[in-house]
Design a binder for this molecule. Sequence first.
Ligand code: SAM
Length: 282
Amino acid sequence: MDRSQWFTEICEEGGSAFSMKIREKLHDEQTAFQRIEIYATEWFGNLMVIDGFVMLTARDNFIYHEMMAHPALFSHPSPENVVIIGGGDCGTLREVLKHARVTHVLQVEIDERVTRLAEEFFPELCVSNNDTRAEFFFGDGIRWMQTADPGNVDVILVDSTDPIGPAEGLYTEAFYANCHRVLGDSGVLVQQSESPLFHMDIINPMRKQMQAAGFADVQTLFFPQPSYPSGWWTATLAGKQPLSETYREQDAVHTHIKTSYYNAAVHQAALTAPEFFHKALE
Ligand code: SAM
């Protein structure tokens, strides 16, 4: 086996690694914030890597992006004003803009280069970037949340890198308290929350911090993500109201939104936690 033909992400804390066969490296750049690499792979299409960690592949990103966007948007009674923190590849933005009720989406991404490279190498994720409802601000999401006006936002989606480097402060009670302040009465927050198999030490504190920040209800969604460590991933929802009361189930069932993974049954199924998860939360 010629190892130079393979990209490997090592997950130290999981004692494991995931490899994809590559055709060629398309781009490699150190920005002011992080190192971004783009590869053409044999089976996963184009691959974006930040600081050695897989961000997305063309083949399986639909699962992650749909599960970041649709459960949160259907859990709000009327999602009009949306903020995405991170999300520079624009896949979550594309899914959010599928909702006709949404009138404005602000994406606060710290590194403009991620978005520019997504436009070049993942154009299918950027098809809605010129939608008049979309606004881009390139800056720190933690800072933005500290200074934003209270009560104006319906849904906040935190589509960030792992809790290291510039994203570290996005996994704190202080950040969630600012999200709570910025959200309106029925506001919903969702954040990518890593692997249930490897990262209970991230998921458990995140849930507790969201509750401590004032959110009335917290739900964790489980879904497969083949190119992420362990192949199994989560996103955690936090609602200012009980999420089972604000969830628009009939809208999810009868939606005309085109998806490849999400539907109302998947939404319900994704909320079913495995036994070890309940035990870990005790
Ligand atoms: N789906 C991916 C994952 O879980 O690996 C995340 C994809 S998206 C590319 C993550 C983005 O978060 C990156 O583009 C990064 O620049 C951005 N980011 C990290 N920290 C941030 C911060 N403090 N404010 C805004 N964006 C941030």
